[in-house]
Design a protein around this ligand. Structure first.
Ligand SMILES: [Zn+2]
Length: 325
């Protein structure tokens, strides 16, 4: 984990491995301090706080959660008394998708040989993902701390003269997707609307919404974008992700029209230049999302998470690459 200055008053903490749960955090060191996203477990959250303390010595008084996913909200409890700001949908969604008990059980389960063997027969993908997570994370002690200040379309902060605009753009990756624009410093904190040098995963929302949001980010003309996952970039990061999503949707349509199931399609579609991104087999999620749209299913249709992780495992095996999430 390392801290990088982004502009005069904006900073980022980046996780180098860039795998699932390796989410970035941001800091704006003005008017009490604002942290954007709080990491995946308490150890990472403490390390993030320590790194940011070099440029903002007090505990930040505000937290923004860019959306409801666990890896962006599980350090919230360390910011005692802070105002936590998020889109109106986020508290209810956090209860649905970021309840820590299941993940705690999973990490303990894959640590036990017998449990692991039984699980492996049923869900090889869950075992592989669980073992990977155990290398870097410990979910013990995490309690859900929900946002306290909720907004609908837009929310603005004035931090001693530095304007900060929270813009709701969901659902494209998750229901609560919010980007944070600091116009005077030409910075956008993108949350998981932008994955950089790693394969995007989306849970709720449509391709169309995601394209609109990437276009909006490009129009805002930032000098630096802090992605939810991956290294800092400029607008080329948004352009590349748009090109990836377009490529996957087009390829998926051909497979769909030829009657291939989504798993077979994901095995068959070439990674192309995106094979160099981290965890390319996560392609399956994007194929399945496209299929849902072709089948006219609602963007919030629930996922079989275990099935999705198993499918990613099978795509990686079929392609002869390392299983990685
Ligand atoms: Zn996310």
């Amino acid at each position: 984990m390392e801290m990088k200055p982004v502009s005069d008053h904006c900073f980022a903490v980046l996780n180098e491995k860039n795998r699932v749960c390796d989410a970035n955090s941001g800091l704006i060191n003005r008017a009490g301090g604002v942290v954007i996203d709080t990491q995946s477990d308490l150890a990472h959250a403490r390390q993030m706080i320590e790194l940011f303390s070099k440029v903002w010595p007090a505990m930040p008084q505000r937290v923004i959660n860019t959306h409801e996913d666990a890896d962006h909200v599980w350090g919230n409890q360390l910011f005692e008394g802070a105002e936590i700001i998020a889109h109106r949908s986020v508290p209810e969604r956090m209860k649905q998708v970021a309840e820590p008990k299941e993940s705690q059980k999973l990490l303990h389960g894959v640590g036990h040989l017998l449990m692991r063997l039984v699980l492996k027969v049923l869900h090889p993908g869950i075992v592989a993902a669980g073992q990977q997570l155990r290398e870097d994370y410990n979910f013990d002690g995490i309690e859900l701390v929900l946002p306290t200040t909720l907004f609908d379309a837009r929310y603005e902060l004035n931090l001693d003269g530095t304007e900060v605009h929270l813009i709701y753009v969901g659902p494209c990756h998750q229901v609560g997707d919010t980007i944070i624009h600091v116009p005077q410093e030409r910075v956008v904190f993108a949350g998981d609307v932008l994955f950089r040098q790693c394969t995007p995963m989306g849970w709720t929302g449509s391709y169309e919404k995601w394209f609109q949001c990437l276009d909006l980010m490009i129009q805002l003309d930032p000098e630096v974008i802090v992605p939810g996952h991956g290294p800092l970039c400029g607008i080329e990061g948004a352009m590349e992700m748009k090109a990836y999503l377009q490529y996957v949707r087009d390829e998926s349509k051909q497979c769909f029209d030829n009657g291939l199931p989504s798993l077979e399609a994901a095995k068959r579609i070439e990674f192309g230049p995106y094979g160099e991104w981290r965890a390319p087999a996560r392609l399956y999620m994007n194929v399945e999302r496209a299929y849902r749209e072709f089948r006219h299913e609602p963007p919030d249709a629930p996922w079989d998470t275990a099935g999705a992780f198993d499918a990613i495992y099978r795509v990686a095996k079929a392609k002869g690459i390392e299983v990685e999430y």
